[in-house]
Design a protein around this ligand. Structure first.
Ligand SMILES: [Fe+2]
Length: 245
């Protein structure tokens, strides 16, 4: 990455930014020319849920979840529509030792349920109707990922669970896992572990999917919001190796 000052006082042009290889969401691809680009649109008349309207880490249900995401705002409501983020590493650091012992070295099953058939909400409750493929059993297939991820760049440990896609702990049923996961989800998203982004038009936010969750706040009924998102694998990072963690 190169930084080129525009004047002697302030401003810089940044070039050579390489986020790596874009990831295509197989269950919610973008338009034909840019399948890797997710168009996130909620129209002013829609009184539905929003894309990303629950705590999640992008595409954690894939065999190789992408390391990061870029989100760009094209049109924002006059108020509302913020995005929350929480640090999975802060959550790990402050976790009770007994829970650390339970999770370290354990795997968690993730499923792409909003895009498949198992728990997909009815179409009338969704914005972006028709943008997600439905009835795809592959989306409901479990992928096992480490509950605790050692970040490939920083070496910091963080939780790698989220309430949208993490279903159960390895070795435990869904029913037995649920109270443990609920406790953990609440811990991850404590205000002390969180930040809130207030969008302006033409803003870009880049985040690390191996260290965070995020949440799109749906509080702007009557106003239009349009975003573009691309998730990416950073080629500079070691390949995702869930079995090794
Ligand atoms: Fe997301």
């Amino acid at each position: 990455m190169q930084t080129h000052p525009i004047t002697g006082l302030f401003g810089a042009e940044i070039t050579g930014v390489d986020f790596g290889r874009p990831a295509v969401n197989p269950y919610a691809p973008g338009p034909e020319a840019h399948p890797e680009m997710t168009y996130i649109v909620k129209e002013a008349h829609e009184r539905t849920g929003v894309f990303g309207g629950g705590w999640h880490t992008d595409l954690s249900f894939l065999d190789q979840p992408p390391g990061g995401s870029v989100l760009c705002s094209l049109e924002v409501p006059p108020y509302g529509g913020d995005t929350m983020f929480c640090s999975q590493q802060a959550a790990w650091d402050s976790l009770a030792p007994a829970l650390k012992d339970l999770l370290d070295g354990r795997r968690v099953a993730h499923v792409g349920k909003p895009y498949g058939i198992k728990w997909a909400p009815p179409l009338e409750e969704q914005a972006m109707k028709g943008s997600t493929k439905r009835g795809d059993p592959d989306a409901d297939r479990e992928r096992m990922h480490p509950a605790v991820l050692t970040h490939p760049v920083t070496g910091r440990k963080g939780l790698y669970i989220n309430p949208t896609y993490a279903l159960r702990l390895d070795g435990l049923s869904e029913e037995m896992s649920r109270p443990i996961l609920q406790e953990l989800f609440g811990h991850c998203t404590l205000p002390e572990h969180s930040l809130r982004i207030r969008w302006e038009k033409d803003m870009i936010v880049v985040w690390d999917n191996y260290a965070t969750q995020h949440y799109a706040i749906n509080d702007y009924h009557g106003h239009r919001r349009e975003m573009r998102r691309i998730a990416f694998w950073n080629e500079g990072l070691p390949a995702w190796a869930p079995e090794a963690a």
